[in-house]
Design a protein around this ligand. Structure first.
Ligand SMILES: [Mn+2]
Length: 343
């Protein structure tokens, strides 16, 4: 714990005036989590649990924040009367954080935050309004490649397929172990999707070779990357309160190695990350603490990438106060889909 612990700030770290190098943005969004509810309180519980995370990261070789300015923004206020309006509001809220001057780390909230996040990320200078340039690396138990779940195409179970619909160039999935036949066929068929299944990487007999080839693939990524970490990608035993905990997942160290590999890729730039499906566990804070450790690892590796020249600010510091941009993409989209169905 830092000596001047500040309540409500990630890791309790004090802020540095108006400067923002890493922005911690909380999206307590919950609409479609299927098995268990509680993602709305997740981000705040993760901030609270982060008080117990050690500031020293061995790979960074320093205590966080290592001279950088962390800013924990007030929670997104979850406004919007419909699903489409909420998605638009989230996207509009995130967009100014993609100016290229800082690194946004988003805490969720259910995985349904991914499509509005990707829509906002297209405005990052390295993406330049062309989502084909963007690679999404997804840690998850689920493929999230469904067409719809219970009739809802923007369900958390469709987060990856909707992101592909938005036009991202590449999707790399890690930890996947719960998926449908239709999703398996999608993975087979769509050239943009590379999946490292848990039955390979976590296999007691051949897991090590599969894991090393996964890390290799990550280090060979090129261009802008968004890292989306559904905490249910980690083994259910360390995130038991998340919406749908699944056995057979990544150990904490495999999640950490994934983060290290993505950030160390010499020809890629990680432009943002999210840690989602965080749920406050009540008997012990294990789930939110695991999420906080994962988020702290992301920050440590971002600062290391900065130090080693793999991340540079591409715009002047825009400070803490950022006005949401109007966005009506999802309202237009969802209307169009409803019209299509009724025709
Ligand atoms: Mn997911």
């Amino acid at each position: 714990m830092s000596e001047e612990y500040v309540q409500g700030n990630f890791l309790g770290l004090p802020e540095k005036g108006g400067q923002v190098d890493v922005a911690i943005l909380q999206l307590p969004y919950e609409l479609t989590t299927s098995y268990r509810q509680g993602t709305a309180g997740g981000p705040a519980s993760c901030i609270t649990a982060s008080a117990q995370v050690e500031l020293f990261d061995a790979s960074l070789g320093e205590d966080l924040p290592a001279g950088a300015a962390l800013f924990t923004a007030p929670e997104w206020d979850a406004e919007g009367n419909s699903l489409a309006e909420q998605l638009d509001n989230m996207s509009g809220y995130l967009r100014p954080w993609y100016a290229g001057d800082c690194f946004p780390l988003i805490l969720g909230g259910e995985h349904g935050i991914l499509p509005p996040l990707v829509y906002a990320a297209q405005h990052h200078p390295l993406v330049g309004e062309n989502l084909e340039r963007l690679t999404v690396v997804q840690i998850d138990a689920h493929a999230d490649l469904r067409e719809q779940l219970d009739g809802e195409p923007y369900s958390h179970a469709c987060a990856a397929s909707r992101s592909l619909d938005l036009g991202i160039g590449q999707l790399v999935q890690i930890g996947i172990r719960a998926y449908s036949k239709q999703e398996a066929e999608y993975i087979e068929k769509d050239q943009r999707v590379t999946t490292f299944f848990a039955h390979d990487t976590q296999s007691p007999s051949h897991g090590e070779a599969a894991w090393l080839s996964c890390l290799d693939a990550l280090r060979n990524l090129t261009g802008p990357v968004h890292l989306t970490i559904d905490i249910d990608g980690l083994d259910g035993s360390i995130v038991p309160a998340t919406g749908t905990p699944v056995p057979g997942g990544l150990s904490f160290w495999r999640a950490a190695e994934t983060i290290e590999a993505v950030f160390s890729a010499p020809n890629a730039t990680v432009i943002s990350a999210d840690v989602n499906e965080i749920v406050a566990q009540e008997d012990t804070p294990l789930t939110q603490f695991t999420a906080a450790m994962v988020a702290a690892k992301v920050i440590a590796m971002q600062l290391k990438a900065r130090k080693e020249g793999r991340w540079q600010a591409m715009a002047a510091q825009a400070g803490k106060q950022r006005l949401a941009e109007p966005c009506d993409y999802f309202r237009t989209q969802i209307k169009t889909e409803i019209q299509k169905e009724t025709v």
